[in-house]
Each structure stands twice: as C-alpha cells, then as structure tokens.
Design a protein around this ligand. Structure first.
Ligand SMILES: [Cu+2]
Length: 484
C-alpha cells in the first residue's frame, strides 16, 4: 500500500512539490501524509495564548504510522515565520533530519518540504529545531507502530508533556542572564572550576522543605505558568475511558523544554516496556523519571473494581504537576490539584541503571573512544560542551563503520539530557562502572557524574549532539558528530 519514491528527496521552498511530482516512481506512489506547522490559540488557566502546532488537515496533532509504512510526509510551514522540524527518534538520511545548517535550509513561511525515509518503530516525536519555537509548543507526537503493536490487545494513550509560559521565551532567556551574541559567549570560559562545586548543595533532604530557591536553581532554571499534558492542565485534564481489567499502553513523551518529570501511576502498577522507542527488559513500578526529549512506554492494567486513575507527571524539584486520567466507563472523576503537597525529588540515574535493551548493539570492539565535558553556569547563563559554545565547537570526528564510545563528564551544576541525532546509542557506562543498558537517543548525565554511550557510525552526515534543555542548547550546549 505504501510504495516508496524511487529516490529520496528533500527540498525546501517552493520547488519541493514540483520536484516531488517530477520524480520517476516505482509502481504507484501512495499519497504523502500532509502536516502543517500551524499557529493556534490555546486556553491555559482561563487565559488565551497563541502557540504553534504541528497538525494534519483534520486537526490531529503529529503523525501515527502503520507497521511497514514509509515516513512519507509533506510538511507545509503555516507558522508565518521560518521554521524547521526535527523528527526526534528517527534515523533518516542526514539531509532529512530537520535541522538547518549551511547544507540544509530553514523552511520558509508558506514553503513545503518533502520527506521520504524508513522510520524507526516506537514512541517518538517531532519538534522545532529553530530558535525557541519549541517553547511555544511547536511539537507533536510521532508514533510508529510495529507489527507486534498491531496484534496486541491494548488501548494506546499518547501523552505529550510540556512546560508552558505566557511570556516570550526570548525574554525568559535574557532574564536568566544569557549574554547577547550567543555564539561568542562562553568562549573564554576556562575549564569549569570543580572546587567551587558545593556538593553539599545536593543534599536532597532540602526537598522536603518544599523546594527552596537555592534548590530550584540546581534542578530548574525557569518557573513556568503551567505544565501541560496534551495541551491541558489538571484543571481540565484529558479523561480517557478504559475498560475494567483493560490493558493500556501509555506512550509518554517529555516535550518540555526545560523540565524533567517523575511519572506517577498512583495506585496502578506499571511496566516500562520501551524507552525512547526501544524495547527494554520490562521494569515494574509506580514511579519513573523522564528527562527532556525522552519517551517512556508503560503498560498498565486497570483493576476489576474499576475507578479513576490519574497518571501524573510531577515536576522535578517542585510541587507542580500535570497529567491525564484513566477512568472506567462509569467512574466519577475527581478534581486533582495542579500542585502536590510535597516537592518531588530530583530525577536521578537510578532508573537508568535498571534498564537493559531487548535489542542491544552487537558485540564489537570500540574503534573510537571520545570524551566530552559538559560545562556551564547560571551566571552568566551560558552552557557548553568542552567549554566551547556551538559555533566555536570542535566537532567529534568518527569514521563510517566504527563502533564509537563517547564518555560524557558533567562538570556543571545541572543535569543535562544529551541527545544525539541520526543514531540510537546504548548506555554502557554510568559514573565509571560499565554495564549493558538501554538503547536510547537521549540520556541524562547527572550533576558531577558521567555517562558513556556506544553507537555504530552507520549514518553519514553532520549530526547535532546537544543538551535537550532548550535554554541550554540556545546558549551553546551543542556540538556535532561528523563523519570523516
Ligand atoms: Cu543542559
């Protein structure tokens, strides 16, 4: 049903459609899915906000693909400004990754771009990779079903989490003390002064006091106006009806720009079956962390007595929360406060240690071992890799066919969710101890800690490798993995 075009094409601007139509075709090409970057109005806490969206013509946010279906998409920019959409979790040819650089133009207002590649199965997402647009909800789910998904007798619920502000994101960034002229900022930073790093400040006993200002500085840079689950707050949450004893697969996406969450299943027990779209040895529990950019697939089963079951996302280091409600058909749904009684603790790597991939990398000796440091400070508000901001960075060089190991050493006072484009990697080291962890595309590197990842250099290009805290990336916390 979904025939492919005879060659891949990526064109920005008005030429895209014409060129796509002119391509010779194998048999009958199926119709591409049409997505538009939109502007829309959203009511948050009773107040209207103008935000972006990525929608199909019928209003559906994002895209869901059937097993075996190509990622065959025409994306039209109706945002009224330049944009570019990154297909987070996909491993497409380099030119179709949805990042702008000197070889890959931005998508101008009213222009259309065409994409055609084999997608990866799993829970993924799409979001702007330009400026601070992601903060204004230029993000949507991207779900690629496997043949097994189709056979499974489960109800699927996709939840996209976000942190929301009525303020102009650029103003927030300036207010944090980010210097102007980002590409120059931080260049003169010498190696981060670890002696000044007060580890006693990490005493999480302080969390019980409700997350004082000093602690908030370590965990969260920004206090948002609201936290959203599928665009909604707990004042008016999405209520999903599910059968008693019904099985639900939660596909959770942390699309927040600068907020990590604890997923709390309340009285339900869940089983995490995939992270970042990659199957893992199932891990049971009621509470699981997810940092920015990450996805969690959690299976839950509703009890035979029925009821309403909030699935909450609690802001790391704070009392704020958002979420959805699973409810059996006749259950009464009580109002859940948007703030809990007690601040949630920090997101740590304890969960990461428990994970192991169902489809790990094949055994192979590493041909390249690289090491980077994660640096930065709150004042000035500048974040970097190897103390170099993006634009002044020295890319990490790999060769096609190599097994590459990258050790990331966090010398800063915040944890950083590090995301590599174009590849999925296996987490193979945490704080110096080696293990065979999950396959992922985004991993948290804790304060003062280190994480090692392994990947196969099997997708040529210049691939962004960055912190998925948007505000950190915007001030320079990005480098590239470049094929020699
Ligand atoms: Cu960061």
């Amino acid at each position: 049903m979904y025939q492919t075009l005879s060659r891949r094409g990526f064109m920005a601007g008005g030429t895209a459609l014409a060129t796509l139509a002119a391509l010779p075709r194998i048999a009958i090409a199926s119709a591409p899915a049409k997505l538009a970057i939109t502007r829309r109005s959203l009511e948050v806490n009773g107040k209207a906000a103008s935000v972006f969206g990525i929608q199909q013509a019928d209003g559906t946010h994002g895209l869901t693909l059937d097993p075996g279906q190509r990622f065959l998409v025409e994306l039209t920019n109706k945002a009224g400004e330049d944009a570019v959409i990154h297909w987070h979790g996909m491993t497409p040819p380099y030119l179709q990754d949805g990042v702008a650089d000197k070889e890959r133009p931005l998508l101008a207002a009213d222009a259309t771009a065409a994409y055609d590649f084999a997608p990866r199965t799993g829970t993924h997402w799409m979001h702007s990779h330009h400026g601070l647009q992601e903060q204004r909800l230029m993000a949507a789910p991207l779900i690629v079903h496997s043949a097994d998904d189709q056979k499974a007798d489960v109800q699927e619920v996709v939840v996209l989490l976000h942190d929301f502000t009525f303020r102009d994101p650029a103003e927030i960034l300036a207010g944090l003390g980010a210097p102007g002229g980002m590409s120059h900022a931080g260049h003169d930073m010498s190696g981060h002064d670890m002696s000044g790093m007060d580890m006693s400040g990490m005493d999480m006993g302080g969390m019980d006091m409700g997350g004082g200002a000093a602690m908030a500085m370590d965990l969260n840079d920004v206090d948002y106006d609201a936290y959203l689950a599928n665009d909604r707050t707990l004042a008016d949450p999405l209520v999903v009806r599910a059968e008693r004893m019904g099985r639900v697969r939660l596909r959770l996406i942390n699309g927040a720009t600068s907020t990590a969450f604890h997923i709390d299943l309340g009285s339900l027990t869940g089983s995490v079956v995939a992270v970042d779209g990659n199957p893992i040895q199932p891990v049971g529990g009621r509470r699981f962390p997810m940092t920015m950019g990450q996805r969690l697939d959690i299976l839950v089963e509703l009890p035979k007595e029925g009821g309403a079951f909030p699935i909450l996302a609690e802001r790391e280091g704070g009392v704020e929360r958002t979420g959805i409600i699973l409810a059996t058909p006749d259950a009464t749904v009580a109002r859940i406060a948007a703030q809990g009684d007690k601040a949630a603790g920090p997101v740590t790597v304890d969960f990461e240690r428990q994970l192991s991939a169902l489809q790990p990398l094949a055994a192979k000796d590493a041909a390249a071992r690289l090491r980077i440091t994660l640096n930065g400070s709150m004042s000035p508000y500048v974040w970097s890799i190897n103390s170099e901001t993006f634009g002044r960075h020295h890319p990490l060089e790999v060769r096609e066919g190599q097994r590459v190991i990258v050790e990331m050493v966090n010398q800063s006072m915040m944890a950083h969710p590090m995301h590599l484009h174009g590849h999925h990697f296996q987490v193979v080291g945490l704080d110096g101890s080696n293990f065979q962890g999950a396959m992922r595309d985004t991993v948290l590197v804790p304060i003062g800690g280190s994480v090692s990842i392994a990947f196969d250099a099997d997708n040529r290009g210049r691939w962004p490798f960055h912190c998925h805290n948007l505000l950190h990336m915007a001030t320079g916390m990005m480098t590239e993995v470049v094929y020699a």
